[in-house]
Design a protein around this ligand. Structure first.
Ligand SMILES: [Zn+2]
Length: 392
């Protein structure tokens, strides 16, 4: 700072805060700047010695007093802090004159031999301010690269808002699936690969980039499609009594249609007296007229006799194809596993209750699954079979 004063690059200003603001707005330099160098140095020594109270004197850098951005105009490099009232955490009240952020950064970068500065676009103005110091000293300014923020459309990413929301009980935590924090995205089953791919695709640029949720989902789906095996979850289950015409029904459900090597799950339905029971999604069946035919995935084609009974027509897949029967998921009533899927509906957390086929018991915690006709989900709790919904 002393060297800067000697070079004529800085001066001690004893104007009030209000005067500094007025002069800045008007683009005029105050009389303090025209004091002779010896006087400036003396005032500076007095600043260091603690002769001035907080706000009575500052050291200002001579920049462009007409700069279009008023904050650049002779910005403040040092100020007096009342360290009796605000002691420094390490040195207490030993010093009273303190450098501002921009002064400290500029000098530190030089002393540490920094060659490249990477920082957010909001620092662009600071780069401009700090360059004045480098010019006075004849130093070369490091290469500065500014990048924009990456946001997700429609998501609250402001850290202060999230913190407030958690404190107020609006969110359950940083991993509340209504948020777009990394923890929330991970909890929902958004894969790191998908986030990385999108970031690489967006690249580093100075402008703020926004990723749409649709884009995030479709990228994630690409990875999940191969990863997640298929299981049947029946939301809002309705119990159907099935007249089988045989003593046993067997469904063979491939874990993944594109990866036959992952094997087939066998679901056996015993029908000792020619009847067995299954759960089906109420929303798919309740509105159908008596006599409607549909196919239970991997099991059989059935005909509804009423809202609680149906009969097996045959087992033939081609029959269902030819007649374009709706194919729905189901769970054997006896072995059904109570399950729940946590999801966001219109901004609110919703727990969709239902039952799952017993095959889900082979899933491990945090394993991804594709629930037939429901969407991708991740198993969060293996004891209560709570899934978190990822996306369709
Ligand atoms: Zn002044």
């Amino acid at each position: 700072a002393k060297r800067l004063i000697e070079l004529g690059g800085a001066y001690v200003c004893t104007c009030s805060k209000e005067e500094i603001g007025r002069n800045r707005a008007a683009g005029t330099r105050c009389a303090c700047a025209s004091r002779p160098a010896e006087e400036q140095l003396e005032l500076w020594e007095r600043m260091l010695a603690g002769d001035f109270e907080e706000g009575e004197a500052v050291l200002r850098l001579k920049t462009d007093i007409k700069h279009p951005n008023p904050s650049v105009r002779d910005w403040i490099a040092f100020r007096v802090i009342d360290t009796e009232r605000h002691p420094h955490p390490l040195v207490g009240s030993k010093y009273v004159a303190w450098p501002t952020y921009n002064f400290a950064c500029a000098i530190d970068d030089h002393l540490m031999g920094i060659t490249h500065i990477l920082r957010g676009a909001e620092h662009e103005i600071n780069t401009l301010k700090q360059k004045y110091i480098y010019e006075y000293f004849g130093w070369t300014y490091p290469t500065a690269i500014h990048f924009g923020r990456l946001g997700i459309e429609g998501a609250i990413l402001s850290k202060s808002k999230i913190r407030e929301g958690i404190r107020a009980g609006l969110y359950t935590g940083y991993d509340d699936i209504r948020l777009a924090t990394l923890r929330a995205l991970r909890r929902r089953g958004i894969l790191p690969e998908a986030i990385r791919e999108l970031m690489m695709h967006v690249g580093i640029k100075a402008s703020t980039a926004r990723i749409s949720l649709e884009n995030l989902y479709s990228t994630n789906r690409k990875y999940l499609e191969a990863k997640a095996n298929r299981y049947m979850f029946v939301p809002h289950p309705l119990k159907l009594k099935l007249r089988t015409g045989s003593s046993e029904l067997i469904a063979r459900i491939p874990r993944h249609p594109s990866y036959p090597e992952r094997g087939v799950r066998e679901l056996k339905l015993a029908a000792p007296s020619g009847y067995c029971e299954v759960y089906v999604p109420q929303d798919d069946v309740a509105h159908l007229p008596t006599g409607s035919e549909l196919r239970l995935l991997g099991l059989a084609n059935i005909k509804l006799l009423n809202l609680s009974t149906a009969e097996v027509v045959n087992l033939d897949v081609d029959y269902a194809r030819t007649k374009k029967l709706p194919i729905i998921q189901w769970a054997p009533a006896e072995e059904a596993v109570p399950a729940v899927v946590l999801m966001v509906k219109e901004g609110t957390l919703v727990e969709v209750k239902g039952v799952a086929e017993p095959g889900v018991t082979e899933l491990k915690t945090s394993e991804h699954a594709q629930l037939y006709r429901f969407g991708f989900a991740i198993l969060e709790d293996r004891h209560s079979f709570r899934f978190v919904y990822t996306h369709a």
